[in-house]
Design a protein around this ligand. Structure first.
Ligand code: HEC
Length: 217
């Protein structure tokens, strides 16, 4: 009986520690985060586009979390934008941080590639723009027809990628998805986080020389 009690206690304590470290503490850190001034809520079309992004698994190849220069110097060099902060995701429910980077990070794709024509064409056939691309094409977001209806949007593809005598028109899902991609812009200024003082006392002025060992200069 004694062993069962020890086992149960061990399980409960381990579980409690894990929940505190992985759920409770992170929640307390971000629960009071406010949206940055430059961040706008998604429009209805952008929200629909976000659902298309989720449904098509874009997240399995694209992250949305550029990292800090000290942590990952390559991110800034690739033009993926400043390191993201919790407030950048205020309207993201669920968030789409992603963990795989088979393709580039997309949190700032709206800054890097604002062209609607490029985005639509690239979704229809990535290799029309990036010959060596391994990104899948999404032909079912488009329709190939003889002639576009007056209210339909024709995709301006490089001519070699348009079937002869036909036009490629974007379905509403493709148009919404591109609106979502164009909305991905986290390039507004953010204030650096306020330094945290664990004691509650005003921070003491820094004494830069105090920590130096005697004789070093
Ligand atoms: C199998 C992995 C894979 C999937 C799934 C995928 N992509 Fe990509 N994506 C890539 C790769 C690789 C590139 C870089 C080559 C290129 O531009 O085509 C890329 C490039 C891009 C770019 C251009 C990025 C830049 O910085 O120029 C955009 C925009 C994009 N993808 C959007 C999407 C969207 C939207 C979806 C879902 C509908 C998606 N991708 C699904 C692999 C993927």
């Amino acid at each position: 009986m004694e062993n069962e009690v020890k086992l149960t206690t061990g399980v409960v304590v381990t579980f409690a520690i894990a929940v505190s470290a992985l759920v409770v503490l992170p929640y307390m850190q971000v629960r009071d985060v406010k949206p940055p001034e430059g961040l706008k809520p998604y429009t209805s079309a952008e929200q629909r586009g976000r659902a298309v992004y989720i449904a098509n698994g874009c997240m399995y190849c694209h992250s949305q979390q550029p990292r800090s220069e000290s942590f990952a110097p390559a991110d800034a060099k690739r033009g993926w934008g400043r390191a993201s902060v919790p407030g950048d995701y205020y309207y993201d429910k669920p968030h789409l941080l992603g963990s795989m980077r088979t393709g580039p990070d997309l949190l700032n794709i709206g800054v890097r590639q604002p062209s609607k024509d490029w985005q639509l064409g690239h979704l229809f056939q990535p290799r029309a723009y990036v010959p060596e691309s391994i990104m899948p094409s999404y032909p079912y977001l488009f329709e190939i027809k003889d002639k576009a209806d007056p209210d339909e949007e024709t995709v301006n593809l490089p001519p070699a990628h348009v079937p002869p005598g036909k036009v490629v028109v974007a379905r509403p899902e493709a148009l919404d998805l591109v609106k979502y991609l164009q909305s991905l812009k986290r390039n507004y200024p953010i204030l650096p986080p306020e330094p945290r003082d664990t004691t509650g006392a005003p921070a003491a002025p820094a004494a830069p020389d105090a920590a130096k060992p005697a004789g070093s200069s």
